[in-house]
Design a protein around this ligand. Sequence first.
Ligand code: ADP
Length: 810
Amino acid sequence: MKFDSKNKLISFSPQLAILWYSIIASVLSAGLITFVVLYIESQEQAHIDRVTQSVANGVKTLLEKDIRKQITSLSELAHLYAAPLSTSPSQIADDDWAMISHALSDTDYGYQVITWFDKAYKIRKITPVKTKQSTSDFDVALRSPVHLSAIKEKINSGAGLIIAVNSNQGDLGLGIFIPIYKNTKTSQELELGIGSILLLNTYINKVLPSYLLVEHQLTIFIDDKKIYSDGTDDSMIDSTWNKQASFEFLEQTWRIEMAPESEFLSQTHFRMMKTLMLLGVLLSVFFGLAVCSALFAVNQANKIRCDRKKMKQLLNNLPGMAYQALNKTNWPMIFVSDGCEKLTGYTKLEFEQYNILWGSIIHPDDYERVCQTINNAIKLKNVFEIEYRILTKEKSIKFVWEKGESISSSHTNDFILEGFITDITSIKQVEFDLIDSDAFSNTIVNSVVEAVITIDQRGMIKSFNDAAQKMFGYTFDEIKDQAIKILMPKYYNDKHDDYLSHYIKTNQIHIIGTGRELVAQRKDGEVFPIHISVSEFKNHENRMFVGVIRDITQQRASQEQRRLHTEQLAHADRLNSLGEMAAGMAHEINQPLTAISLYSQTAKNFCKNNQFEKLPSIFEKISQHSRRAGAVLESVQIMTRQGERLKEVVNCKLLIDEVIKLAELEARLYDIKIVPIVANKNIKLVVDRVQIQQVILNLLRNAMEAMQSIGCKNGSTITLTESLKTDGFIEITIADTGCGLAEKMIEKLFTPFSSTKNNGTGIGLSISKRIIEEHNGQINFIPNKPSGAIFLFTLPVHDEGNLDDKFNDK
Ligand code: ADP
């Protein structure tokens, strides 16, 4: 127990308090139980007394009433039958007597006999009753001198008499005797008497309801003489349980005494014992519970002590201080943990004795903000969290983080603040450094002309520099946390998630780590070519990707311009040389033809004139000029045929890859994809690389143009397949899903100057055919299903290659 002078309170240790509470509870419960027992007992006793008294009163009333009735009817009937009885009593026949006595009383019940005696008190007749007692039993009893003298004495002096009589067999009987006097002038002379003898046991049981007698002993006294008792336990009669009721009759005092049966009492007692036992059980349970709760409380107290110890240790080990402060100006500290000294330089005592108030060490610039935050939290009953600066004892500035809440004090009605304050100076420093370095890198990133975009491993945009915003037309706020595929046209858009998850799973590089040309899509839907290089970095545990994107629309446009220009030049060149060639040919051939025509005309005239002898020389001339025309054509053919070019051993796959790269630039513009399917990577051919590539490029261009002409509605993929045939040839097929070959073209395919295009020359396929045939191969066409065209050509294989070929390692 402690006396707390400050709070004027006496406080107990928890164990002592529990002990006191248990003792007080036990005394109170014992007192309560005693009171209850005494109360129940007194109530029970009063109840038994009341019941016994009312039973006595009831018995008294019933007996008095019945005895009076007996006397009345006996007197009335005695007077009625007095005359006949007195005149010749001996003459009364048994039947008459039976009738008279039956009229006097209902002897059938078997507890009553009627008798009459003469003036000499001689019993003249006794009604035989249908009981076990014989008439003579009472007859003899009545004849006893004691009875007779008593009867004589009493009857002479009064109107009637009631006495106890015993039968020969010892049965108790009650005799009621009524005298009938002969009226003389001088005195009353007894003429005869009528008596009724009641067999008490039977009579009492008949007159009194059995429930009155069940639990009680009845004793009847007349003039203090006990005439009847149905109990065996006399001790009860003399006890305080015994209750009395009395009445006066025929100058005799009847006293009825009732006492509860000892069995009944013991039953009541048993009930009481049961109640007591129940109370005892309750008391035991109560005590058991009290002991349990006391033990539990002791355990709890130990646990609390242990927890407190741990808590203290924990608080001391925490990198900061826990506190309890009064919610007053500058928050005087009621309690601070030991960490306060390390945090502020001030000791625990300095705070707890209010020498230093917490508010006084808060940095003046932060003070208002701290007050506001704490007051708001108190008002809203919220937890508050705040960062601010404090000035330590050494006058250095520290950043602290505080989390607290207001709680109501257990001693007073005021609120107190409870919370924790920790030093976050180093974290703040790192934060500032980070902000600085972030600002620095942001400045760099925003100053570059390329778009720099960062995404996380789910493809969500995390940064988007100024150049990116300008390039794509989105602001950072619009695009932040959106999927990167928003910046791609539909084709790449669908594939992007697969690429990214495939890379994350397998680390297999597609674009990561390499630069690539792709197409992108601006906010307004415009698709434009880009060069992108992607690298990966780790941000905490997350994989991030940064892409540097350059818009190459300009570059691509000038490339295309150059290509078109070159093509146009080549086309014009071809047309020019064709034109020149045609003019030359016309000139060269015209001459021999004119000559042939002239000689033919002359020959015709010679024939008309029958000058046949001149014909041979004419024909000779015609033949000469024909040969000359042939020679001219041969020289043109020699001129148009390109000179024998250098054939070399080339890897077929490499050759195809190179052509696809050339064609892809154009394909991307149309949003067309070229898919190579190469069965054997090591096949080698001896070909003029440039010419074969020219053939493939020409076929790819035709395919793209055919697909473009119908807006790629049947698909946007061209398949280029290389397969090894069994006859020592490879077959290369280019299958598109374009418009297919026009009906009229099928017949004259591979014929020079056949074209369906506005600006087509119609010599691409014929040149291709010549090149392939010069390489000992064949070129062909078949329609594609369901739409489009397939061009296929064969070339002889030089070497099928093997796996350890150097090319494989490249
Ligand atoms: P040009 O392409 O200059 O017309 P070509 O000799 O290459 O000359 O082609 C001749 C014609 O053959 C084309 O005009 C076109 O009608 C038809 N053609 C060639 N390739 C295809 C193709 N893949 N699909 C449909 N038609 C084609």
